[in-house]
Write a protein that binds this ligand. Structure first.
Ligand code: FAD
Ligand code: SF4
Length: 509
């Protein structure tokens, strides 16, 4: 039976059982399409990286002997709808069956489901063979509960996958979580390892993207592209991380510095999210490094927690909350993003460094995303949906299933605390403790009031005051409300008027 199998741009899993057998009657279809480049404004490197990786994947399948139909962006410009092209190819090649892999985004999942049901030929949907849990497993773990504590889920995952376990009940090191030891500031030692990543010239694909008039932003880096576009490159990146960075990952996981933009982070999210790497192979490599004495438990546990815990948990939150999660706005925030989110041109050094780095590399590490841009957006009351679309566009690893719960839930508290036990906000004191950003900033991190006072400070207290009704009963932030209550009324009034003034000229901060 002649079968058409669709492969989406984030389904580049070489180890998928689909590819075990070569069959002349099975056609693999790849489509580069405006529908997928235009649903938000994307960073140039994201579009470039996905197209390049799709092309490499298709070439590898062809070399293996598989039948491949590849529609590059130049060919699909007359119609931006994915379904149109699937339909065309099904007819042109007289296929008798349509098959696709479960999409990870609700939008595509719904679109393909409706299409498959409308077909007169049989259709089948198969698993991506990538995640360690099913879509609704996390929801099952937390059935009937108001708060979904990631730690509860993470411990179950450690046990069921037998990762860092001493027997089947006790964690190695007698502790499940070394989070408290993952918070050192970085003072320049050890030096950040060199960027070992292969440089690729993707100018030809970039030209095709421009010819198709796809709007993007950020630096395309088309002549010196560094994100992996094949599994072989992704495996080299994994080797590099395990050898040179994992040993220090834990210590400096939360650190921020002007002098090292990557620090000891893995840079594996793009390869993982496009499925070039399998999460279990990454976890097992980290575990082996611990067993071999190459990396300490604090680092290895901290790293494994992100993938075995957070990544799977976040995906489960997404599937349990969609559709409609992207509309949540618990705190009723409605301000537009200031224009400098697209340029990095702000006098606030923490934000200008993070945004400019994101524009340059399509990457910021977790604490930059959470405690710099996310923190400011929440303190300033920016609209969570706009914040979500900005994150979805700018980061190379941003796919809605992982980006949306991180942005809306963890970072913007827009779901009212399903995922985050408290809003992740801080004044300048935290940023100054964790970074060297404040030392050379235009603003004074110690001041709350005055022309040079750091905006984070008055916005921080104004945030708690503004949201008393929604937040004051949360025990995890009780101390902030105790301090707020102790504040002299004239001091609070001065802080609130400073915050009001700052928000009125947010575009010039
Ligand atoms: C507001 C916000 C938006 C985010 N958007 C995305 C996104 O679009 N795509 C994305 O993959 N991650 C997202 N994250 C999570 C995290 O910031 C990135 O996974 C990480 O920065 C990727 O860089 P890395 O590979 O160097 O990660 P490392 O710091 O080396 O961590 C290792 C791996 O753990 C996983 N991981 C770590 N934290 C998380 C998390 N909170 N949720 C899910 N997986 C995690 C990733 O796969 C990552 O590659 C977001 C976090 C925040 C606060
Ligand atoms: S002083 Fe304030 S604005 Fe400047 S870097 Fe520090 S926290 Fe950011």
């Amino acid at each position: 039976m002649k079968t058409l199998r669709l492969i989406l741009g984030d389904q580049l899993n070489r180890q998928h059982s689909w590819f075990e057998k070569i069959d002349a009657n099975t056609l693999y279809l790849f489509v580069e399409i405006r529908q997928e480049t235009d649903y938000v404004l994307h960073h140039a490197q994201k579009v470039l990286g996905i197209f390049a990786a799709m092309r490499q994947f298709a070439e590898e399948l062809k070399e293996q002997g598989h039948q491949v139909i590849y529609l590059p962006i130049g060919k699909t410009i007359s119609n931006h709808d994915l379904i149109f092209w699937i339909d065309q190819i099904l007819k042109e090649y007289q296929c008798e069956k349509f098959a696709y892999i479960e999409p990870d985004e609700y939008r595509l999942d719904a679109q393909l489901k409706v299409y498959a049901q409308s077909l007169t030929i049989p259709s089948v949907v198969v698993t991506a063979e990538h995640f360690l849990t099913t879509r609704f497993e996390v929801a099952d773990v937390f059935k009937g509960q108001k708060k979904w504590l990631m730690e509860t889920f993470y411990r179950k995952m450690r046990i069921s996958f037998n990762i860092l376990m001493n027997g089947n009940k006790k964690p190695i090191g007698d502790k499940w979580n070394f989070d408290a030891e993952n918070r050192k500031p970085y003072k320049g030692q050890p030096p950040e390892p060199n960027d070992h990543r292969a440089s690729q010239d993707l100018s030809l694909i970039w030209q095709e993207i421009q010819d198709a008039q796809i709007k993007t932003f950020g630096n395309p880096s088309e002549k010196d592209f560094r994100w992996p576009t094949t599994r072989a490159q992704a495996l080299k990146d994994l080797d590099h991380f395990i050898t040179y960075r994992l040993p220090y990952f834990g210590d400096f996981q939360d650190a921020l510095t002007l002098h090292a933009w990557r620090l000891f982070h893995s840079f594996l999210s793009f390869a993982l999210n496009t499925k070039m790497l399998h999460p279990l192979e990454v976890i097992e490599r980290a575990q082996t490094a611990y067993v071999a004495g190459h990396a300490p438990l604090t680092s290895v546990e901290g790293f494994i927690r992100q993938i075995l815990g957070w990544r799977e948990y976040i995906r489960g939150v997404y599937w349990s909350q969609m559709p409609g999660y992207d509309e949540k706005n618990y705190l009723g925030n409605i301000k537009d993003l200031p224009p400098w989110f697209w340029t990095g041109q702000t006098k606030m050094q923490c934000l200008s460094v993070t945004i400019q780095q994101s524009l340059e590399h399509a990457y910021a590490h977790h604490i930059q995303r959470l405690m710099i841009t996310g923190n400011f957006a929440l303190l300033a009351g920016l609209h969570p949906k706009q914040v979500h679309e900005w994150y979805l566009g700018i980061y190379i690893d941003a796919f809605e299933w992982v980006e949306l719960p991180n942005t809306l839930g963890m970072s913007q508290f827009a779901d009212g605390g399903l995922l985050a036990t408290k809003p992740y906000v801080s004044s300048a004191a935290y940023i100054n403790k964790m970074s060297d950003y404040c030392k050379t900033c235009h603003y004074d991190w110690k001041s709350k009031i005055g022309a040079n006072a750091c905006p984070m400070n008055s916005l921080y207290w104004d945030f708690f005051d503004r949201h008393q009704d929604q937040l004051a009963s949360n025990p995890r932030i009780g101390m902030s409300y105790v301090t707020l209550k102790k504040m002299a009324p004239e001091d609070l009034a001065a802080i609130k008027s400073q915050a009001k003034m700052l928000l009125s000229k947010i575009n010039e901060l």
